[in-house]
Design a protein around this ligand. Sequence first.
Ligand code: ADP
Length: 240
Amino acid sequence: MALFELQNLTKTYGTEGIGTEVLHGITFSIERGEFVSIMGPSGSGKSTLLHILGFLDDYTSGEYRFGGKRPNDYTEDEQAQIRNNEMGFVFQAFNLLPKQSVYDNIQLPLSYSGVPEKFWKEKIERAIEQVGLTHRAEYETYKLSGGERQRVAIARALVNDPNVIFADEPTGNLDSVSGGAVMEVFQELHQNLKHTIVLITHERFTAEYAKRIIRIKDGLIEQDEVLAGDRIRRPSEFHK
Ligand code: ADP
């Protein structure tokens, strides 16, 4: 069973009839362990789609199943639990607490998760290691570079061992070299740790770190393409 299954999904903002339909019938599946980019120009409906996938917003018609179940099969509390325990979110703006340490920022989702406290330290340290920030664990996050902050946000998304990591324009606030380093972290999580990653971007360069690109335009899928070969990009490519 696919982790995500969408069938002819639509989204209308406002009241149906007098509202604006922004997704016009989206159909795709994403399997566990895939690394997929959803790419399209600004206003094409990417964030709307991500919010629906992440149980942050309702859809209007069609079908959406996450792990075989519809969002409406769950109560709001259960949806919140799934968001916290099975989904990790990384946003363009990092959304960290600036005066708190790297360690404390990453601890935050654990405190809502029901994971017994005795396991926290090990989980936090592992997440910090996975993004290569062990030497910065005690730094307050306002002292870090943009690329380092985004890696903290990735560690925070990872700490509950989610089934999927959603990243919404994660390199949007970064220069190309730090952006490349952040994308390499996603690539490693996918290749070595078999994480499922759904990335939203308007940039082709960023999208191509994934193994599959779903292009959307004006609320419709334009192309769904599996990339050939094992492309591994390194920051050195940015300097060419
Ligand atoms: P993208 O992420 O690709 O830039 P969005 O999903 O943010 O696209 O937006 C798609 C369309 O939906 C845009 O025309 C946008 O103005 C509209 N839209 C987004 N959010 C809302 C909202 N809460 N209410 C009404 N319209 C919205």
